[in-house]
Design a protein around this ligand. Structure first.
Ligand SMILES: Cc1ncc(COP(=O)(O)O)c(C=O)c1O
Length: 552
């Protein structure tokens, strides 16, 4: 079963890779756009007639789904005059390519000339008509039309109709799909599963000769489009989009670190990542060495003394914005056969592309800058096909998929990533410089400042320094809270990277459950503020920060 799933996934990936513009999922029904060529039922194909309305080969042509509901309103006046209502016109249009039964035009209560005109409007050429079975469907569909209902209300016909419960589920959908390749935006493919015309098509899919999607946990066209976009931004062979940054990180570590393996990570990092590494992974006898982000000799020692599977850290880190020398760390790790995964959430691919610097994998909490609007949770992992297929195989089992609607929001957010990040870079750098000069601020942590311990590394590997600044207020926990409470523009909230500025006091928002001693051990200071610059006007943000500092 697992092998079959992988084949399905690979086929899905191949489907997307094969098309320059993703054909968003409907490519798996190639017969669905070119008329009734198959000669099979339009309600599921083959000889299967799951619904009585399909029993005589009814075939609903593309026009019923290709044209928006207001299409008929836009049709010629003449055509409209000859249709008793919009519904009838659509029904006639629906029958346009069934060439088997001209008599059916009258079944819809229309003259054949009216029918021909509507057909002409739809550009479908010759007139066509539904079969007797279609009449049942037509009856159902035009039931609201009083005149026509009266004419066609025989008990026999009623009994041959699908029941409302069946029509409510299948009516209007179980026909040819609209061709969506021409939509400017990628559609939200809100589906949990994908259908197959018949067993032969399913087997072709399993064998990779027919490209499609199988089940929502293994892939989705909207999600695939996001993955392709992130791959393009990161210069990666492959990307996996996940339900959250933590889901991407945990699945990656579970997939790539064997039981009994060893991880190297850094002192400063997102708290939940550290928790997972230090409390969950030991259950699989996975051990960890924690090093300072700049401590290359401790890394070297860890590599020599352990069979290290992976080096995993952030760059810049959360919350102190320390930077990893990705090129050097990757070189050392590769000499010892260890993978390197960098969480680039704070940097974004606009400011830093770690794969080009030698890392094997780059992870993002897409919740932050990638989506960018504080309205969606997601994570991404990008890197080599080999690594990604191992992680994806486990992801298919663990099931942390992102919803297609969320995927669409990320896709949309990504379009303005560069604009947003450049604005946020500028605001943060200018603000960091002002903060550093302010007497009420004890220390500023920002890689764009010369005072930052890894400023030279940051300058080398980043083209911008990001929109997050951490700084220490000259004062205690309460003074720091007063500063935060005095701000008017940023929201007090966890998270970062969105269009709205956010501010937090890590002690209170993320480490309140820890004792002061434990916080001190982890390096979380009571006077620390983390400020995520949004895209508001720089002067407004500066004035706000200054008024609150000056009021202390
Ligand atoms: C650097 C970093 N990585 C990963 C995560 C986890 O991401 P998510 O909240 O999307 O699960 C966070 C969350 O704040 C983060 O800051």
């Amino acid at each position: 079963m697992a092998a079959a799933l992988c084949i399905g996934q690979a086929a899905a990936a191949a489907a997307v890779a094969a098309s320059a513009m993703p054909s968003v999922g409907y490519e798996h029904r190639p017969d669905a756009s070119g008329g009734a060529a198959s000669g099979k039922s339009g309600l599921g194909g083959g000889d299967k007639t799951p619904l009585n309305i399909a029993s005589k080969g009814f075939f609903c042509p593309p026009c019923i789904t290709r044209f928006p509901p207001n299409f008929v309103r836009q049709s010629s006046i003449k055509a409209r005059r000859n249709c008793s209502n919009i519904g009838v016109a659509q029904v006639v249009a629906a029958s346009a390519t069934d060439r088997s039964n001209p008599a059916a035009v009258s079944a819809a209560g229309l003259s054949s000339s009216a029918h021909a005109e509507v057909v002409d409007e739809l550009g479908n050429g010759s007139a066509a008509a539904p079969t007797g079975a279609n009449e049942a469907l037509l009856d159902s569909l035009i039931a609201s039309d009083d005149t026509l209902s009266r004419e066609k209300s025989s008990e026999a016909k009623k009994s041959s109709r699908s029941k409302p419960s069946t029509l409510a589920v299948h009516g209007g959908e179980r026909t040819r799909r609209p061709k969506v390749q021409d939509t400017l935006t990628i559609p939200i493919c809100q589906t949990s599963t994908y259908t197959f015309k018949d067993t032969a098509e399913l087997i072709a899919f399993q064998e990779g000769t027919f490209t499609s999607f199988e089940y929502g946990r293994y892939g989705n066209p909207t999600t695939n489009a996001v993955e392709e976009k992130i791959s393009a931004l990161e210069g990666a062979e492959a990307t996996l989009l996940s339900a959250s940054g933590m889901c991407a990180a945990t699945t990656m570590l579970l997939a790539l670190v064997p039981a009994g393996g060893h991880i190297v990570t850094t002192t400063d990092c997102y708290r939940r990542t550290r928790q997972f590494i230090q409390t969950v992974l030991p259950k699989m006898s996975i051990t960890t060495t924690v090093v300072d982000p700049a401590d290359i000799s401790s890394l070297q020692l860890a590599l020599e003394q352990n069979n290290v599977s992976i080096f995993f850290s952030e760059s810049p880190t959360n919350p102190y914005l320390r930077c990893i020398d990705v090129e050097l760390v990757s070189k050392l790790c590769h000499e010892h056969g260890a993978l390197v995964c960098i969480d680039g959430t704070f940097a974004t691919p606009v400011n830093q592309q770690v794969l080009a610097l030698g890392a094997d994998l780059v992870l993002h909490s897409a919740t932050k800058y990638l989506a960018g609007h504080n309205d969606v949770l997601a994570g991404s992992l990008s890197g080599t096909k080999q690594c990604l297929s191992a992680v994806r195989a486990l992801h298919n089992i663990l099931g942390g998929v992102v919803d297609p609607n969320a995927a669409y929001l990320i896709l949309r957010g990504l379009k303005t990533l560069d604009l947003r990040v450049k604005q946020q870079n500028r605001t943060a750098l200018l603000l960091a410089q002002k903060l550093e000069a302010h007497p009420k601020v004890a220390r500023v942590h920002y890689p764009g400042l010369e005072s930052h311990p890894e400023h030279q590394i940051a300058k080398r590997q980043m083209s911008g320094f990001g929109g997050v600044i951490s700084f220490e207020i000259n004062g205690d926990l309460e003074t720091t809270s007063n500063f935060i409470d005095g701000l008017r523009i940023p929201y007090i909230a966890p998270s970062l990277g969105g269009v709205e500025s956010l501010v937090e006091q890590p002690t209170i928002i993320s480490y309140w459950d820890q004792s002061p001693a434990e916080r001190a051990r982890l390096g979380i200071k009571d006077n620390l503020v983390r400020f995520s610059c949004g895209i508001e006007d720089y002067e407004d943000i500066l004035n706000d920060v200054m008024q609150s500092l000056n009021a202390l």
